[in-house]
Ligand binder design. Structure first.
Ligand SMILES: [Zn+2]
Length: 185
């Protein structure tokens, strides 16, 4: 399988798990303990992971090296010295995503980009719009890989994604692209 960075997602929690207790998650033969918290809302309770580093409530945790981190801690901890101007790095990808989204009538609401945030868009169920979301979700995968693992991408790869020709666009579904990080070459 081409996935090397696992993103622990809230959906991986079952309803019976009690807040404040560590749950064990196994991945690639390693066992990880994750704490989570609950927050009451008007509709019931919302679950969050607790980042083992900063203790903040998060909807996602990343497996990075041998530990779990939230997106901020993963960004700061292993690759503090990341050059913002790196060619094929996250700054460039983010800029290209913004421009591409704008050209297609989308304003990126927040980072990380998640296609589900655009379900209220009038064109959401149209095929062309789904393709636009997929291009953005592949680029988001690449952006996160640069932030987390310092992976940089060739201009050829970025261009192939932007023009809708990259094989990752047909290989993975939107939820798969949002949930896991894939090797994109
Ligand atoms: Zn954190």
């Amino acid at each position: 399988m081409g996935s090397y960075g696992l993103l622990f997602y809230l959906n991986s929690l079952s309803q019976e798990q009690k807040a404040g207790k560590g749950i064990k998650v196994s991945y690639c033969g390693k066992l990880f303990s994750v704490e989570f918290a609950e927050q009451r809302t008007g509709f019931g309770t919302r679950k969050f992971f607790v980042c083992p580093v900063c203790g903040k409530r998060r909807t996602k945790l990343f497996l990075c090296g041998s530990g779990l981190f939230c997106v901020d801690c993963a960004d700061l901890k292993p690759y503090k010295d990341l050059q913002n101007s790196t060619k094929g790095g996250y700054r460039e990808i983010q800029y290209r995503m913004e421009r591409f989204a704008e050209r297609n009538g989308i304003k990126i609401k927040k980072w990380p980009f998640e296609f589900v945030d655009y379900a209220d868009h009038p064109a959401y169920n149209r095929k062309k719009f789904q393709k636009v979301l997929k291009i953005l979700q592949v680029l988001e995968n690449m952006r996160l890989q640069n932030i987390l693992f310092k992976t940089t991408f060739r201009q050829r790869t970025i261009k192939a994604v932007l023009t809708g020709k990259h094989p990752a666009l047909t290989k993975y579904t939107l939820p798969e692209l949002q949930k896991y990080l894939w090797v994109i070459e």
